[in-house]
Design a protein around this ligand. Structure first.
Ligand code: KG4
Ligand code: ZN
Length: 338
């Protein structure tokens, strides 16, 4: 407890960020320390799981100390430990789970295992104090693309997901194909700002009528085919136009399905989450289309869109309030469902 407030420390190590966040009463951010491994993985063009685990192991204790310092508290003032236990890379998850269990045991602090995807949604509660479920969730990250009917803090109904590549994965793959490099999302976002979204048009994939599922794997092949055809014809490729056209093909489908789901389930708000939620064109188009139906849009600022410990602390707080507890038998679950 700190000044009568309940303190949660959240640990996130599911992919390539060693992150620890501290929140008061589930809503107020006291610390947000993110140690990114992006420089090392960039050398390999993507996340190398074995390297990620080793780095988490080297970093975790100092990242926890830095977060406590930033919040101006000691571990004895922490009331709850939240930790991502899935989905993610198993070796990476294990480091966070082991650290969380060790602190919980040594300091006798309750422990709650958090679903990383629930965490992404919870990131919104920090900057939108009035936000409460129910709402429609659009979770778009490097590993997942989901439309989620969020009924309460701890009840999520999955309406759709990707059948192949996640939205962020498609951004990363196409960025590589067109020579923008890794990580693809922010680079495509930036290049697209100088491009014409109607110059190179990629097919929108909607799947069956009424489906909230996605399929993005064809976009990489389409981008490759386009580039090869142009090269063979001796024409120059305008990377900015390709980026803008590709981005529009992803964003339009995401927006149409998310707005469609909100209308079908009579939700007045769409809450975005995950790394791709920081995409500027996605934010612009979804606000425009949702606005036409009086639907409000909510999204975290970019630093809380990508992986962080604050969202895990926030999600753990609400799970704990609902009576959830994890024991020292908490294990990593790399393919945990929403
Ligand atoms: O949520 P996140 O940090 O990690 C996962 O849990 O997967 O999301 C990372 C993904 C990457 O694929 C990255 O390229 C994408 O989010 N991303 C973006 C943008 N910023 C990050 N995609 C499109 N536009 C962006 N501005
Ligand atoms: Zn994530």
């Amino acid at each position: 407890m700190l000044n009568g407030k309940h303190i949660t420390l959240g640990i996130e190590t599911s992919c390539d960020e060693t992150a620890v966040g501290i929140v008061a009463d589930g809503r107020e951010m006291l610390a947000n320390v993110i140690s990114s491994q992006i420089d090392i993985h960039t050398e390999f063009g993507g996340v190398v799981p074995e390297i990620a685990s080793r780095r988490h192991l080297e970093n975790i204790n100092s990242v926890i100390d830095m977060a406590l310092d930033e919040a101006g508290i000691t571990i004895d003032e922490v009331d709850l430990i939240g930790v991502t236990y899935g989905p993610g890379l198993v070796g990476a998850l294990l480091i966070g789970v082991a650290a969380a269990k060790a602190i919980s045991f040594a300091k006798d602090i309750p422990l709650v295992g958090v679903n990383h995807m629930h965490g992404h949604i919870a990131a919104n509660y920090i900057e939108h104090p009035e936000l409460e479920p129910p709402f429609m969730g659009l979770v778009v990250s490097g590993g997942h693309t989901n439309i989620i009917n969020v009924k309460s803090y701890n009840t999520c109904e999955k309406l759709g997901s990707t059948r192949d590549d996640a939205a962020g994965e498609a951004f990363d793959k196409v960025a590589r194909v067109i020579g923008l490099g890794y990580p693809g999302g922010p680079k495509v976002d930036k290049a697209a700002k100088n491009g014409d979204k109607d110059a190179v048009v990629f097919k929108r994939v909607y799947l069956e009528q009424g489906s909230y599922d996605f399929s993005f794997s064809g976009l990489k092949t389409a981008a490759l085919n386009y580039i090869n055809t142009e090269r063979q014809a001796g024409r120059d490729i305008n990377v900015n136009d390709v980026a803008a056209g590709f981005q529009e093909a992803i964003v339009e489908v995401l927006v149409d399905k998310a707005v469609g789901a909100a209308l079908e389930f009579d939700q007045k708000r769409i809450v975005m989450a995950g790394g791709v939620a920081s995409n500027s064109r996605l934010r612009e188009l979804i606000s425009e289309r949702a606005g036409e139906h009086g639907i409000e849009i909510c999204a975290p600022s970019p630093v809380l869109c990508t992986d962080n410990g604050v969202m895990i602390a926030c999600s753990a707080y609400y799970a704990y309030q609902a009576g959830e507890r994890s024991g020292l038998d908490l294990d990593a679950d790399p393919s945990l469902e929403f």
